[in-house]
Design a protein around this ligand. Structure first.
Ligand code: ATP
Ligand code: MG
Length: 327
């Protein structure tokens, strides 16, 4: 399939934990465990879940900033797990990212023109200075910043404008994949909408494949065609957006949605504590907070099983969850 941009299979990302005492061995934080998805051209996959569920770790692994502990990440057909820094660098032209804190992600000593030009210099050495300049100016205009502002410094801009600079810097090299880690979480609501609309328009124009992380379900609903719900490093539910929001199946998804005011969903609120990621329970990771949990859930990890129409749920109690994913 030539529109397939990213294919992730059984991805694991673990962080070593230091031992409490010198003669003990340390454990691991299973930040991402057994994650599978495909991302195609022009598509947005939303990723949601509570703080600490592994969203940023997943994003960092996809751009090579955090090594995977196992599994496969194929980007434009190339296997990247275990790839050298040089191979990741080659891919950077095709896979770009934007992060949560717009101002902190911009070098305060560089003008915004220099910031947007930098990836062109580093990743597109075939371009001359004149061509680089014209691309920078066109890109600044495209993200809604006048080219006349190119000699200003990041601290002279608002959060929303800084995020526009971040988007310009990411897209100036015409990447095929954009990884967005909470790019609007630090912005106020009206600015959030502007940035989301800008990303959606740029995606329509360029056919970008986007992975879009947010803790705000409304944002994801607006932008993503498919959504992946994560809890303690694992995928609890994965479904086309309209199916997930119309009929959330996993008790965790239901609880997340019930916590959104005005969502109109009556479900058990989340109870209990989020277990430590360093010592996951032996069965279903959600069992300690799940209103449906029975003894079996504490022993057996539920597989992510198809429920039909492209949806899949990891719960022993969801009817129709019969066929393992991926096929
Ligand atoms: N560098 C690190 N070393 C050790 N553990 C880490 C490291 N980075 C993250 N973790 C742990 O991995 C788990 C996942 O963290 P991650 O930052 O990916 O979550 P997140 O879903 O992005 O959270 P948030 O919504 O707060 O941004 C957490 O338990 C976190 O404490
Ligand atoms: Mg994060």
């Amino acid at each position: 399939m030539d529109t397939l941009r990213v294919q992730v299979r059984r991805l694991r990302v673990h962080y070593p934990l230091p031992a409490a005492l010198p003669w003990q061995s340390g454990g691991v934080v299973r930040a991402v465990e057994d994650v599978n998805f495909d991302l195609t051209a022009g598509e947005t996959l939303g990723v949601v879940g509570e703080s600490g569920c592994g969203k940023s770790t997943l994003a960092r692994a996809l751009v090579g900033l955090q090594p995977a502990s196992g599994g496969s990440i194929r980007v434009l057909g190339q296997e990247m797990v275990g790839a050298s820094a040089a191979r990741w660098r080659e891919q950077r032209r095709h896979v770009q990212f934007i992060f949560q804190d717009p101002l902190a992600s911009l070098d305060p000593r560089m003008t915004i023109g220099e910031i947007v030009e930098e990836p062109l210099q580093a990743l597109c050495p075939e371009l001359g200075a004149g061509e680089r300049q014209s691309r920078v100016l066109a890109m600044l205009e495209r993200v809604g910043l006048s080219a006349a502002l190119r000699n200003r410094y990041p601290h002279e801009f608002s959060g929303g404008q800084c995020q526009r600079v971040g988007i310009a810097r990411a897209l100036v090299v015409s990447p095929k994949v954009l990884i967005c880690d909470e790019p609007v979480s630090a912005l106020d609501v009206s600015v959030q909408a502007q940035i989301i609309n800008l990303l959606a328009a740029l995606q329509r124009e360029t056919g970008l494949a986007m992975l879009f992380i947010a803790h705000d379900l409304a944002v994801v609903r607006h932008l993503a065609q498919r959504v992946m719900v994560m809890y303690l490093g694992r995928v609890m539910e994965q479904a086309p957006s309209e199916i997930l929001f119309a009929q959330p199946r996993h008790p965790y998804t239901r609880a997340l949605m019930a916590s959104v005011p005005g969502a109109g969903l009556v479900a058990e609120p989340l109870s209990g504590e989020l277990p430590s990621a360093g010592s996951p329970p032996p069965g279903c990771v959600f069992a300690s907070r799940c209103p449906l949990a029975e003894d079996d859930c504490l022993r057996r990890v539920p597989g992510l099983n198809r429920t039909g129409a492209g949806a899949a749920v990891a719960c022993h109690f969801v009817a129709g969850a019969g066929i393992a994913v991926p096929a």
